[in-house]
Ligand binder design. Sequence first.
Ligand code: DGL
Length: 280
Amino acid sequence: MLLYRFDPKNAKMNNNPIGIFDSGIGGLTVVKEIIRVLPDENIVYLGDTARVPYGTRSKEVITKFALELVNFLLKREVKFLVVACNTISATCLNEIIKVSPVPVLGVVDPTIEFAVGMTKNKKVGVIGTAGTINSRAYDQRILQGNAKIKVSSVACPLFVPIAEEGLADHQVARLIATDYLKDLRNNGIDTLILACTHYPLMRKIIEETMGSEVVLIDSAKPTAKKLKQVLKENNLLSKKKNPKYEFYVTDAPERVLKVASRFFGNVLNGYLKKITLPIL
Ligand code: DGL
């Protein structure tokens, strides 16, 4: 696939937008934190709501879809790409880095860095989509960082539809969380990584199920913090105030507005646009 290219060296980069993408709306949990820590940055977000979930798909298909999203954002001359999806970051971050003319930040490494610094008993749990857990990206990278850490991973595939259906506080969420998390509760972990950008929406139930002694780490804060640091180091911070936001989805913008408003208020109002597939 031929990716759109511009030469970042010749471009006036600072005020170009940051491109942020996800398989759906989960990446908005990362966007919210990025807006909080980097309030002057222009943002273009793309959520592939026509093809979500990615978490049940093969690496080959996830990579193909992800590169299409990257291409869409590169055409908008983004200065930086944030992969606000654990499934994509865990599966094909290297493939994205290989083709991108601008720097790329995934959610896996910043999240791990944070979690490794938090655990005291060196027992860390990871929950995510089947794609993320089966990739073993978290287990391998955590052990590379500290070989003494014992990692227990569990796929929680129903958490994404539960969060999207607005059932995060419902009894059904509690029952499913109790079942998915029972082994982790018995493993004595003191830190649990929510390795899916949808899972912060399920935080309350996960917290109640795991107990207050387990620290929950999600991707939003570590990724936004790392992004700020990298933009600063590369002299890429925006030099303007009053940022512009554009949010694109590939299907059902009315549903996205409804679901997103439950978690983010009216942040998308007036900014949300639909694009049609194919998006090349
Ligand atoms: N937002 C995706 C992630 O972080 C989960 C949704 C999906 O399966 O596509 O893994």
